[in-house]
Design a protein. Structure first.
Length: 105
């Protein structure tokens, strides 16, 4: 039984490509930055929901740029990047569908 569990764990690890793992780390870092920015405009629970919508509508390049601000206070450019993503129709629709008003409306 332990050998079978070890084998299944090994298969699970092999299924995770380095790129997928890197993208997951990027997304988690970007999400923490987006939540912090969104908390300037809404409550923490709303910011958590909004962050999901922002990341769903951000390109990988945008997520990487946002992730670079992890652990530091978001600068003007980062805030503007989040606002730009929020202003996209699909992001606004996602936020409204989840019960969160987009920034400024």
């Amino acid at each position: 039984m332990p050998q079978r569990l070890a084998f299944l764990a090994l298969i699970g690890l092999a299924a995770c490509s380095p790129q997928v793992m890197a993208d997951n780390v990027t997304d988690r870092a970007a999400r923490s930055v987006v939540v912090a920015v969104m908390q300037n405009y809404m409550t923490a629970p709303q910011a958590e929901i909004a962050a999901d919508c922002v990341l769903q509508n951000a390109t990988i390049e945008e997520r990487r740029a946002l992730a670079r601000d992890v652990g530091v206070m978001a600068g003007t450019q980062t805030v503007q990047n989040v606002v730009n993503i929020v202003s996209r129709p699909n992001t606004g629709a996602c936020m409204r569908a989840r019960g969160v008003a987009p920034i400024g409306g």
